[in-house]
Design a protein around this ligand. Sequence first.
Ligand code: ATP
Ligand code: MG
Length: 273
Amino acid sequence: MRSADALLEVRGLTRRFGGLLAVADLDFTVRPGEILGLIGPNGAGKSTTFNLIAGALRPDAGEIRAGGEPVAGLPPHEIARRGILRTFQHNRVFAGMSVVENVMVGAHTRFRAGLWSIVGARAGARAEEAAVRARAEELIGFVGLAEWREADVTTLSFGQGRLLEIARAMAGDPRLILLDEPAAGLAPAELDRLAALLRGIAARGIAVLLIEHDMRFLLPLAGRVVVLNFGVKIAEGSADEIRHHPAVIDAYLGDPAALVDAARAGESTHAAA
Ligand SMILES: Nc1ncnc2c1ncn2[C@@H]1O[C@H](COP(=O)(O)OP(=O)(O)OP(=O)(O)O)[C@@H](O)[C@H]1O
Ligand SMILES: [Mg+2]
């Protein structure tokens, strides 16, 4: 794929923390509308990779291109303006605001003015605010929180908070959404809802780059998977290729539960096929 066609292209991406090489010479590409899994043991460099792409960290070396345009080192709101939105490994809500207001904030993360343009909306901005609110309400319905749209955000359950985070990222009108362990801590029924939601996002033509430890959740969902270990890409391929890849099995040897998860994910994929 030529770089101009790739939604996101990462080449030679490298980041150190003191003497620790957290991300080492990493290459990968995200294509429009795909769900790409990013996996690896604890400390493999997954969240650091997200922080580099989203502009929260500056790379020590390497290129990041969005739609062919270099974006490495740009601040987060400039990355967001180019259609790359993210959620965090831990939910971040704006307490004291309703669910719909929390999603409206997401529409403003693309602009430097951010939150304050909602709080202090002037008369001239009212029409725009109405459009932003309508869009936020549509997204709240899309993630399944319609009943709670006027609720104070602190009354949501943990799983509902996850859905809110995704709605907020969607409000920034992404071409690519970065999700850091969205399935962590969710109950089985919530996992099913989240999987359906991620498929729905991809079906809207929005690419999803998904960090996930739960292989049973990830492998049936991801069209392709990139595997990191100690900052280095050790494998890339389809879910089936990854499941049977010797280097991936080696990397997870210290974590037998993850291997069992991967095997079960294989069973459930075959059962579904
Ligand atoms: N701000 C930081 N300062 C120093 N070291 C850091 C920092 N952020 C991450 N690291 C280190 O970089 C390495 C990669 O961390 P990262 O959070 O990217 O891993 P991860 O793959 O997301 O792990 P997990 O699955 O546990 O979330 C780890 O050794 C971590 O301790
Ligand atoms: Mg992480």
